[in-house]
Design a binder for this molecule. Structure first.
Ligand SMILES: [Zn+2]
Length: 298
């Protein structure tokens, strides 16, 4: 006979591993497992101050870090996919689009802005991974194509920051056509003798890798970014071989000659700036008044 009776069940230990720190104040680095104060991370361009792990950043943040004074003019923000195939998987594509637009605040997976990069007037297209995995559908294709065409018109260099899971499945073959469309525009940019710098960030995969991501006059990757066409599991199953360590990571690809440079995010702007200058792009002094070239007839 028991002397005491427990009226209530004993408190069970929490099975959740993560500590219940208020969200948004501290973040645990996946690279070194250190706890970092969120503000420290933000002032360090979302790179871990201890181990230089590069956290993924959004399109707007990317434009802010690349363009002078964090200022740019956005182009074609209003383009929205019309769901041409009326596609439904586990839920209708229209629903997915609506919730993505609400949660991300952008209308599709790329933001295009023109501004000055290290003084050089530049058009930058940055992909937004949180919008359906940064997937490339008709809107991404059209916005990037227009960005390149605008660059040809205004004689400015193009920088595309890739961050994408590849083509957008919900738009089927139409999304695959964007690969050819963007590559065609890049060929015209090349013929106009204007520079294009591709920045590959974590992750850059699928149709994006298979098209414009690898076509830069200079292909720069961020450290330890996953860059590839098919995923490692698919490749392993196909070739029936174990893949080497670091496969499909920036450093591995640099070693094999697939990318030209691996650059820390904190030095990215300076590196792109000097590369553009090397390729003949000239900086302008004042942001508002663009002085016309002296003695040039138009
Ligand atoms: Zn770290």
């Amino acid at each position: 006979m028991a002397w005491f009776k427990k009226a209530r069940k004993p408190m069970a230990a929490s099975t959740e591993k993560a500590s219940r720190v208020p969200e948004g104040l501290w973040v645990k680095c996946p690279g070194c497992s250190q706890i970092i104060y969120n503000k420290d991370l933000a002032t360090n361009q979302n790179v871990c101050p201890k181990c230089a792990h590069h956290f993924r950043i959004g399109a707007a943040e990317r434009l802010r870090t690349l363009l002078d004074d964090g200022a740019w003019t956005e182009h074609d923000p209003g383009l929205i996919s019309t769901d041409p195939l009326e596609f439904t998987d586990t839920r209708p594509y229209k629903d997915r689009l609506r919730t993505s637009i609400e949660t991300t605040g952008v209308n599709d997976a790329v933001v295009v802005g023109s501004g000055r990069l290290d003084g050089i007037p530049t058009i930058v297209a940055a992909m937004e991974y949180t919008f359906i995995g940064g997937s490339m559908g008709v809107v991404v294709g059209e916005k990037i194509t227009r960005a390149i065409e605008r660059a040809i018109e205004t004689r400015t260099p193009v920088v595309i920051v890739c961050c994408s899971g590849g083509a957008r499945m919900m738009e089927g073959a139409l999304s695959l056509m964007q690969m050819a469309k963007i590559c065609g525009a890049l060929a015209r940019l090349d013929r106009a003798r204007l520079p294009y710098v591709s920045v590959l960030t974590d992750p850059t995969t699928g149709g994006v890798t298979a098209s414009f991501a690898m076509l830069g006059d200079l292909n720069i990757a961020e450290p330890k970014a996953l860059i590839g066409f098919a995923g490692p599991r698919v490749i392993e199953q196909t070739i029936r071989q174990k893949l080497p360590d670091g496969f499909q990571r920036s450093e591995f690809l640099l070693d094999k000659g697939m990318v030209d440079m691996v650059v820390d995010r904190r030095e990215l702007k300076a590196v792109i700036g000097s590369a553009l200058r090397f390729m003949g792009a000239a900086p302008v002094a004042a942001p508002a008044a663009t002085p016309a070239a002296v003695g040039q007839e138009s």
